[in-house]
Design a protein around this ligand. Sequence first.
Ligand code: PEP
Ligand code: MN
Length: 448
Amino acid sequence: MEKTRNWNKTNWHHFPALQQPNWPDKERYDEIIQTLSLLPPLVFAGEIRDLKAMLAKAVRGEAFLLQGGDCSEEFSRCTAPNIRETLKVLLQMAVILTYAGNKPVVKVGRIAGQYAKPRSSDTEKINGMEIPSYRGDMANSADPVLEARIPDPERLLKGYHLSAATMNLLRAFTRGGFGSLHRVQAWNQEFVKQSPMGRSYERMAKQISNALKFMETIGISTDIPQLKEAQFFTSHEALFLGYEEALTREDSIAGGWYDCSAHMLWIGDRTRQLDGAHVEFLRGVRNPLGMKVGPNYDSDDILRIIERLNPDNEPGRITLITRFGFKAIEKHLPPLLRAVKKAGLHVLWTCDPMHANTFKAESGHKTRDFENILSELRCFFELNWVEGTVPGGVHFELTGDDVTECIGGARQLSDAQLGQRYLTTCDPRLNAEQSLEMAFQIAEMIRS
Ligand code: PEP
Ligand code: MN
């Protein structure tokens, strides 16, 4: 039995909740939350339990977590091609990592609900005027004008419906043949195909296709769900707690509360206070939980939060997503690895090499350098190996699109090129080619 004594899904209201939009029309907000609480769940408890079991394997080093997607999904980009391209690049990366690491790769998208953003500042200065910050499409619009930035609760409902539409397409793609390993060559995107990364991918995909053909030739059926279907899970930052509460349902079969807005939820670096509303809410839902940990952490505090969220020390429940930056990881990761290990807490160690490597380019764009991202990842693996802990996963902001948001990579994307296709409304993402390259680089680190 999980120790969720004295928990109910509304109790977080008595705790300080940071990073919540200031909804101007409270009455309409309450109506919408009520409507949401009656709408169907987006995911099911059984799927959530499956994911947790797979993450438990990753804790033991028997699987590897690949989590990635947009920093912030956008309502206007909820289209079939967009969803398909993001899924494709994640499937491609997963196959590269599986092939190198000889372990199943657990695929978790930042998708189908990644619409709420924490911000460092409540306001930003645009053309000399101080206006409220963009907090994700589920709160306000990214347009840089005052009216657009006023939180609108109708957006919560729209976010739910678009998450459902995204989920529906993901299910169709992954179950209906698109995610089949028989299509491993077809996942290579047209614009990537001609690049060195695309060609490396093509070679590996051909080897896999040949292996499948060989199996068929000698009479082993490849007509099995393990090859014909991809297992794909969803995740987002559990930030707007009213929305998360409304999607939290009791499992009618096995009992227990599940936040059915996504399979996995994470707590951001800005909202993980031990006595804050986010920890209070999430301790009672049985989903696998991620927790971001940035350079300003306190070890004892982290141990206490983990114990509060996972009193039974269940493996697969907690994924620590560390984000220290390539310069600071060597200082900050080892003490945390040691403290958690010493306390005997089962966590999945993963690295987000994006969030502490952001800087402003000369062109004025917020960017990240491929080399710095890779450097943080390398350190992450090496420091885990030194400490005898398991580096069990990676967390990226990426897109299947051909954007120019992060500099570097095989094509040496330059500062001057950032303006060509800089589409993100929030943080810069790796494009499809840079994502594949990153996967090949990680493959070298985990090759067995
Ligand atoms: C994010 O993942 O987009 C994010 C805001 O992360 P963090 O909480 O680590 O800053
Ligand atoms: Mn981000």
